[in-house]
Design a protein around this ligand. Sequence first.
Ligand SMILES: [Zn+2]
Length: 361
Amino acid sequence: MRIPESKIEEIRNSISIVDVISEYVQLRKRGKNYIGLCPFHSEKTPSFTVTEEKQIFHCFGCHAGGNVYKFLMDYKKISFVEAVQEIAEQQGIEINYDDEGFNEKQSEQEILYDINTEVARYFSNNLLHDAEGEIARTYFQKRNLKIQTMRSFGLGYAHNGYENLVNFLKEKNIDLEKALQLGLIGRNNDGRVYDKQAGRIIFPIFSPNGRVVAFAGRKLREDDSGGKYINSPESIIYIKGRIFYGLSHAKDDIRKLDKAIIVEGYMDLISLYQAGVKNVVAVSGTALTDDQAQLLSRYTKNVVLLFDADAAGIKASMRSIEILLKRDFDVKISTLPKGEDPDSYVTKFGKEAFDEIIKTS
Ligand SMILES: [Zn+2]
């Protein structure tokens, strides 16, 4: 996908960099420039400068800088094309993609996104339409998930075996080296490639913009010797500490309600979402990071932590609170009755009971 150079310029000229950055950074006018606290490093006195005349930003502290596209790419962790599309959309400018550019090399990122999209579709089909997928459908149905919810979160199933995905990738002419980079497949000492998530249920992990950046595979079979979850390794499109599971689904509701509920697991989030509690994100196994806090602060400054009441959950809560307070969040903590987790609680008692718990936090 290539956007003509002239279009990129037209779109850039349709807005002022000051207006765009103001949405994310509080700017004050100083002389010809605007200054504010840098969003790319932590500081107390502003060294982040936006120059309207030149339509660029620059930080004297960490030397971040560039034009409006560069700002959006760095701030939102999106690709160049996405940054251009975002402004075009805002400004109501239609992009006619350059046909001649079709043969041009796609950016590395775009190629990886495309592979993940194909693979996500493959996993989803296995779950919803394949005979072997029965085992995974049964698992999700036991957890009370509706088909619609499985679709909406792109849930999937990886066939059990050595090279089912490998064969699919070959059929689709997908570069196996790239699939290795994404951690979809592995390579043995003898050079043979194999499926890494064989026999597992699959949770695709989405970027805030809804693109598939990684996969988490949950163990389903007793004879699977791997860990409970196998997650994609980091890649140029997936930096763990910068992704919140479920954010692409939840961001509108988080903005609307000006509040985010943070839970621990994939299933917690999906169950809540299905029950109508949609302003939820999940840290999914890792401790909350400062990057995640920064990401979330674009949507709200109010969070409710809803971690399991076991020792590990309490420890994770404490660490998360510290990080959130540093970013000026208003933090509340919710606890469920002993022995309950968000997933089972909302399934048993419904949204109203759950809302009560959150209200009284
Ligand atoms: Zn800086």
